[in-house]
Ligand binder design. Structure first.
Ligand code: NAD
Length: 271
């Protein structure tokens, strides 16, 4: 399995990274440092996580070449709009202590605003300060609306996706459009790790349920960013490149889908 996925603009994005939602600055610093020293290159943060400074500190403490890392952050809802998106991006870079990010995402599809936000993001991309730009929590119709004014198609859509919410229809659309799919809450926020099917499949390969789920994402061509603040779990979650789930096991995991959302529906959010 290739550890990198080529985005539509040719940029290589790591298929497996670390998420840091609901992680404070100090924990973010440690988690990022541990992740990088265990082989991670992709780190997923957001302005609203309020830990960009901690993430930046972890990057510096890890002491690797910036070019070997892939840093994602996101534009928060309150900052959407043309001018405010530019300002929010500058603020994120400053907090991170970086002069570019690898991927900048619109966090949620704020109606009436995301087209203007995108115009700012296209300029940020053209100036080389984000190596790729994309969206998050966009349904098909949001992407279609974005494309009525966009010059550049989003390269990534980061969506809630796990074995109990497999998003088959949206994934089909995104694949046809050559928009890479990235899963948030890929482990179902830890709530599906006791699932018997996943545990049993893991036993066959001498792997944990978390590793089975991460491998299922990877074999489904989904970029995946499990979160943990514990070094042993961060390590465990990256130890997934030495086994391959059979087609039968992949199908069994697919069949766990019950369209269960843990987060808000992008058509109905109030934040
Ligand atoms: P997740 O699905 O990654 O689950 C994380 C939880 O699973 C941990 O808190 C821990 O309880 C458990 N866990 C992790 N590894 C484990 C292991 N090896 N063994 C046992 N338990 C383990 O949840 P998440 O944090 O919601 O999602 C991952 C990342 O996705 C976030 O940190 C964030 O970066 C991103 N995200 C983005 C959005 C968005 O709107 N774009 C929304 C939510 C999350």
């Amino acid at each position: 399995m290739d550890k990198m996925k080529k985005l539509a603009n040719g940029l290589e994005m790591p298929r497996l990274g670390l998420g840091v939602w609901r992680v404070n600055d100090d924990d973010a610093t440690n988690s990022v440092k541990w992740a990088i020293s265990n082989g991670y290159q992709l780190i997923d943060t957001a302005a609203v996580y309020k830990n960009e400074e901690g993430v930046g500190e972890g990057i510096r403490q890890a002491g690797v070449n910036r070019g070997d890392l892939f840093i994602t952050t996101k534009l928060w809802n309150a900052d959407q709009g043309y001018e405010s998106a530019h300002q929010a991006f500058n603020d994120s870079l400053e907090r991170l202590g970086l002069d570019y990010v690898d991927l900048y995402l619109i966090h949620w599809p704020v109606e009436g605003k995301f087209n203007d936000s995108w115009r700012a993001m296209e300029e940020i991309y053209e100036n080389g300060r984000a190596k790729a730009i994309g969206v998050s929590n966009f349904h098909q119709h949001h992407i279609e609306e974005l494309m009525t004014t966009a010059k550049i198609k989003p390269m990534v859509n980061q969506i809630e996706l796990h074995p109990t919410l497999t998003q088959v229809q949206l994934r089909d659309f995104l694949s046809k459009e050559d928009i890479a799919i990235e899963a948030w809450s890929p482990l179902g926020q830890g709530k599906i790790l006791q699932n018997e099917t996943l545990v049993e499949i893991g036993q066959k390969y001498d792997k944990t349920a978390a590793q089975v789920i991460i491998r299922w994402h990877l074999q489904s061509d989904i970029i995946v960013i499990p979160k943990s603040v514990h070094e042993n779990r961060i390590k465990e979650n990256f130890d997934v490149f030495d086994f391959e789930l059979s087609e039968e096991d992949m199908n069994q995991i697919d069949s766990l889908n019950i369209n269960e959302r843990l987060g808000a529906d992008p058509d109905n959010f109030d934040f």
